[in-house]
Design a protein around this ligand. Structure first.
Ligand code: PMP
Ligand code: GLN
Length: 380
């Protein structure tokens, strides 16, 4: 069988989790919470199943959930999407991202991807027959920034789509209002579409606000905005997310979605909708994760790791050049096997394994887990 994806192997997250298990390491690699969700959410699942929400939902998603999503976006970002024609529930953000790429990228079209980039973007572009044009973030002591001049320079008549991600995995950086302005200036008056991965939208710290692309009129009118309930409600295994996009784009999205999954499991959709009726549970999330971030950063402050800024997501990146000159993957493996703390090499988020001596830790963990990891990292 001739492969459609020659460069693809097993994801770094799966590999590092397997290595963590093999060595009995604390797993701060793959991004998922090691604590449960709100028990009220579980009660809503039970209620939904007993109320008979167990057959196919509408292809576009259960109506109460689409309503809740539209209300949330309007309340937080001031853009009112039409429930019937502009919101689609997906099997996690991963399916939304791949479906969005497949529905608009034609063979030979160029897609601008800002690196480091979440690992599902490049394979999706390749499956569509598109050409990924990568632009590296600028990296210095003050962290990572998107070089909009380089993005503008990468635009050609074949550019079909630009993929952005804020808050950003793996760097924890966030886009500011000025970044959205810069992006809008690049795409205004062109036919370029935007795919905005906002799965960590509720994890922004230090009183800063999430700059959703849906806030910006020039961007919203050409953007697929993607999010995931797995991140927000501590249920990454439920694999439910959504895409919000203008009706003409949503219509093309649904053509692919219809034959990709058709629809997404019913009871979880009703449960999340009922939960979102409560006093918006995501409101406490920044404080909840900021405390964990600070606990983790304070613990690392006395070590030879250099902390990079962490404005959003549940990831903390560190430089380790004062500890080792190993390549990132080797260092992450060494940390896992010898120090018994698993991390993710940031080089895995580049097509050409760019080495900058940085690894990513996930702090979506119980305090005890973080303290155990810190105690080990402090011994290096
Ligand atoms: N985008 C980013 C940036 C992510 O970090 C993740 C989760 N690791 C996803 C998309 C995928 O989300 P989901 O689990 O809902 O498919
Ligand atoms: N998004 C998670 C991370 O960045 C991993 C998801 C996965 O395992 N595919 O760690």
């Amino acid at each position: 069988l001739q492969t459609r994806l020659p460069a693809v192997g097993t994801t770094v997250f799966t590999l590092m989790s397997a290595l963590a298990n093999e060595h009995g390491a604390v797993n701060l690699g793959q991004g998922f919470p090691d604590f449960g969700c709100d028990p009220r959410l579980l009660d809503h699942v039970n209620d939904a199943m007993r109320a008979g929400h167990n057959q196919y939902p509408p292809m576009t998603g259960a109506a109460p959930l689409r309503n809740a999503i539209a209300d949330k976006i309007a309340a937080l970002y001031g853009h009112r999407y039409d429930v019937a024609s502009e919101i689609t529930v997906t099997a996690g953000a991963t399916q939304a991202l791949t479906t969005a790429v497949l529905c608009c990228v034609h063979p030979g079209d160029e897609v601008i991807v800002i690196e480091p980039a979440y690992d599902s973007y490049l394979p999706a572009i390749e499956l569509a027959g598109g050409v990924a044009v990568t632009v590296a973030m600028r990296f210095g002591e003050d962290g990572y920034h998107v070089p909009w001049d380089a993005v503008a320079a990468a635009v050609t008549p074949r550019t079909r789509l630009i993929i952005v991600n804020t808050p950003h995995n793996p760097t924890g950086s966030i886009l500011q209002a000025a970044d959205l302005e810069a992006l809008a200036a690049i795409v205004d008056g062109t036919e370029i579409l935007i795919l905005s991965d906002e799965v960590y939208e509720h994890m922004v710290y230090d009183g800063q606000r999430h700059e959703s692309v849906s806030r910006h009129p020039v961007l919203a009118e050409r953007a697929f905005v993607v999010s995931s309930f797995g991140k927000t409600y501590h249920v990454t295994g439920w694999k439910i997310g959504y895409v919000a996009a203008p009706a003409a784009m949503t219509s093309e999205f649904r053509k692919v979605h219809q034959y990709n999954v058709f629809s997404v499991n019913t009871p979880m959709q009703h449960a999340i909708a009922a939960y979102m009726d409560d006093p918006q549970p995501y409101r406490g999330l920044p404080a909840f994760y900021q405390r964990k971030r600070d606990l983790f950063r304070e613990g690392l402050a006395g070590t030879r790791f250099t902390l990079l800024p962490a404005d959003g997501t549940y990831f903390q990146c560190v430089r380790y050049d004062a500890i080792s000159s190993m390549k990132e993957t080797d260092f992450a493996k060494w940390l896992t096997a010898e120090v018994k703390v698993a991390a993710i090499p940031v080089s895995a988020f580049y097509r050409d394994a760019n080495e900058s001596g940085v690894v990513r830790f996930c702090f979506a963990k119980q305090d005890e887990t973080l303290l155990t990891a810190l105690e080990r990292l402090q011994r290096i």
